[in-house]
Design a protein around this ligand. Structure first.
Ligand SMILES: Cc1ncc(COP(=O)(O)O)c(C=O)c1O
Length: 316
C-alpha cells in the first residue's frame, strides 16, 4: 500500500510575497509551496516518485535501484519512501571520498535501510548506459534514473498544477535533470508559459526534456512553450557564492520562505532579477514552483556566511 506515505501529503499553499526590496518598485512574486507537501519526501520528489513507487508495488518488484550525489534530495526521499513502503532501496552514489560516504544525507538513507554503494566519479558517468545499469541494478529492482526523472515521473509532477494555478501567466521552475520541467509542461493550460532556470551548465538539457516528453504516455497537449532564463547558474551545479547566500538570507528574513541552495536559490534570484529588469511582469502573474529538497544545506555547512547560518538555525 502506497497510501500511508501519501496520506500525509498536504495541499501546497500558494504564497504571495512582496519582492519590492529587490525589484526596485512595487512587485510581487507568488510561490507554490510544494516544499511543504511532506515533511521528508518533499516538493518535486514526492511528485516524481509517486507513480514509479506505485508501479514497483503493483508489479511486485522487491525494491528500487537509483543514483545520486552524497547530498541528493532524490536519494534521501527515495530511501525514506522505500522504508515506509517496505521496498528495498539500493543507491549508487557519485564519488568514493570519505566525506561523501559519511554525509548526513546518506547516513539517514542507511538508517532507513538503504544499501549505499559509492562508485568513482568516472564509473558514475556510465549511469545512463544500459550495461552499467544492468550491472548495478539489484535483481528484481525497478531502475529509477538519477533525480527520479523518468517518463513515469511526469504525470505526478503535472499534478502539482491545478485549478488554483491556472490564473498565472508564467510558471517557473529550476532545472537539474529535466523531469520537473517536463512534468510541469504537461500540466500547463494553453495560455501559460513555462520559465526554466537551469541550476547546472548543461547544453543537453533542452534535448533531454524533449526526449522525456516524447516518451510521455499522457501527452494531453503539445509541449507548452518554454522560455529558458540562462546566466543564473553561478558557476555551475552546487555553487553558492556569497552574493547568492546574502540574497537567500535576506529573502528568508523578509518572507520566511527558505530556498534551497542548489535549485530554488538560483530560480528565485533569476525571477527577481528579470522582474527588476522589466522582462517579467511585477504584478504577481509569475508563479514560482518551490520544489523543496533542503538536503543541499547539509552539504554546505562549512561554506556558509554567518547570516545564512543564522537563518538555518532559526526554528521553522
Ligand atoms: C529541490 C529540487 N528542485 C529542483 C530540482 C530539479 O529537478 P529536475 O532534476 O527534475 O530538473 C531538483 C532535482 O531533482 C531538486 O532536488
Amino acid at each position: 500500500m502506497i497510501w500511508p506515505l501519501f496520506e500525509t501529503v498536504k495541499l501546497s499553499p500558494i504564497l504571495a510575497v512582496d519582492i519590492s526590496p529587490w525589484a526596485g518598485r512595487q512587485a510581487q512574486l507568488h510561490i507554490l509551496r510544494d516544499d511543504l507537501n511532506h515533511p521528508i519526501v518533499s516538493g518535486n520528489k514526492l511528485r516524481k516518485l509517486k507513480y514509479p513507487l506505485l508501479h514497483a508495488l503493483r508489479q511486485g518488484y522487491c525494491g528500487i535501484t537509483s543514483f545520486g550525489g552524497a547530498h541528493s534530495n532524490h536519494a534521501h526521499a527515495l530511501a525514506y519512501a522505500c522504508q515506509q513502503l517496505k521496498l528495498e532501496c539500493r543507491l549508487i552514489i557519485r564519488g568514493q571520498e570519505a566525506s561523501a560516504a559519511q554525509s548526513a544525507t546518506l547516513k539517514d538513507c542507511v538508517d532507513w535501510g538503504a544499501e549505499v554503494i559509492p562508485v568513482s566519479r568516472q564509473d558514475y558517468r556510465e549511469r545512463h548506459q544500459s550495461d552499467a545499469q544492468q550491472r548495478w541494478t539489484k535483481t528484481n529492482h525497478l531502475l529509477v534514473a538519477e533525480g527520479g526523472s523518468t517518463t513515469m515521473a511526469l504525470t505526478g509532477v503535472a499534478e502539482a498544477l491545478d485549478a488554483r494555478t491556472e490564473p498565472y501567466s508564467f510558471i517557473a521552475t529550476a532545472v537539474g535533470s529535466g523531469g520537473t520541467a517536463a512534468g510541469l509542461s504537461l500540466g500547463l493550460t494553453k495560455k501559460q508559459r513555462l520559465l526554466l532556470v537551469p541550476a547546472v551548465r548543461d547544453q543537453q538539457l533542452p534535448s533531454r526534456i524533449a526526449e522525456l516528453l516524447d516518451t510521455a504516455p499522457d501527452q494531453r497537449q503539445q509541449a507548452a512553450p518554454m522560455c529558458w532564463l540562462t546566466g543564473y547558474e553561478w558557476g555551475g551545479f552546487g555553487r553558492l557564492p556569497t552574493e547568492l547566500q546574502q540574497f537567500v538570507a535576506a529573502f528568508y528574513r523578509h518572507t520566511q520562505v527558505l530556498l534551497d541552495p542548489v535549485y530554488t536559490a538560483k530560480l528565485c534570484f533569476a525571477l527577481v532579477s528579470e522582474i527588476r529588469a522589466g522582462r517579467l511582469p511585477p504584478d504577481g502573474s509569475v508563479l514560482m514552483y518551490h520544489s523543496g529538497g533542503l538536503q543541499g544545506w547539509r552539504g554546505m555547512t562549512d561554506k556558509l556566511i554567518p547570516e545564512m547560518q543564522d537563518c538555518l538555525a532559526t526554528p521553522r
